[in-house]
Design a protein around this ligand. Sequence first.
Ligand code: GAP
Length: 462
Amino acid sequence: MDGDNINSKNKFALCSNELLINMENNFDKIISFAKRRGLVFQSSDIYGGMGGFYDFGPLGVELKKNIKNSWWRYMVQERENVFGLDSSIVMNPNIWKASGHTETFSDPLSECKKCHKRFRADHLQDPTKCPDCGGEMMEPRNFNLMFKTFVGPVEDSASVAYLRPETAQGIFVNYRNILNTQRTKVPFGIAQIGKAFRNEITPGNFIFRTREFEQMEMEYFVKPGSEEKAFDYWVEQRMNWYVNELGIKKENLRIRKQEKDELAHYSRGCVDIEYNFPIGWSEIEGIASRGDYDLTQHQKFSGEDMNYFEDETKEKYIPYVIEPSCGVERVFLAILCDSFTEVEGGRTSTTESNKEKEYLLRINKKIAPVKVAVLPLVKNKKEITEKAREVYNLLKQNFSCQYDETGAIGRRYRRQDEIGTPWAVTIDFESVTNNDVTLRNRDTMEQVRVEIKDLVSKIYED
Ligand code: GAP
């Protein structure tokens, strides 16, 4: 069994025998895995759910947090001229008039005359026929995707407000605040991570299209004329993040230029970064060249001067904007699809003879939900469990850890492999006297002996 035998010759033989089958075209298995292992749950589960809403369980919340932290470090912390923001979800409704969302943020909705089911007209193969009952469809009408609410105790037209459908507008309306308080110059960026809400007509494909999701967006303000260079720069930077920071396979990513008729109302040009999902190539991020559309609109509607004065040239202008924008849940799903692997027959010779399947999440170490599993070899020897607790208390200050003493050690390794834990630390009889442990690598299954005092630095350095 995997891990029961720490003989390195044997291990090498086991690794070379493994037959890995990537889970292409197996979306259902990935969804069921995500539910089974507590990454994602249906929202309001005990009440039969709520279409387009999801909850994230213990492992899901860790993975989401790691994705967001990675984005924040890469986009804000490591750059001198990008500033963070956390604006409110409900804002003055005039913002949505200025941005064009009240007028144009809609999808064509079509209803069946017979069964009264509703569909997005542009998603229907035959727009005249109901895909469910074959009934005749009504003429499509535009359906605004913003969630409406009322602020204060009176529910009248004066108190109507919206849940933001993108975080971007919170950034634009803070452009002056950041400029005035941060002593910065163009070019500079404002970045924000936060919830967005869209009353999608047809949410679906698990967490790919939901009604509540999180966006990671940055508005980068540049001098008009330099937007093309900035656009190319950000496309390259964003691809780097997916490949080098998240470890997504390059061949599963591509850049697609949006056609003119696909562009959002504010956009002068846009490329999508797409991932090769089991459901087909689909957008995980849009990088848009928004020109001066938003700042000009807000200047018009608010009366605030949005001009930037360039000291060196004495020029006055409204900056142009480049916007990389992605959804946390879509990145989450891409990571799951990219790393989820089924191992036919298992990775070890003993399990192979049983022809059982093993699941392995080859997730990048930097973003794995659990970094280290602490495993006492047996649970009924006090000196071993005490030592294991000591190791756990040491490691949990540095890494997200799981302490697990239930079941055979090989089974526990497999449980950790399945959730993508990069390292497992096993405490055995020798650990008690020698103050050392076995450190197991998820991908190679290689096991090395490490002194407890060196464990933290060894894990960091790997
Ligand atoms: N501020 C620009 C903007 O919001 P978008 O293309 O509508 O542009 C950006 O959205 C990203 O937000 C998308 O690439 C996607 O990752 C995510 N996103 C948009 N709608 C979504 C939905 N209904 N469910 C999940 N993620 C969504």
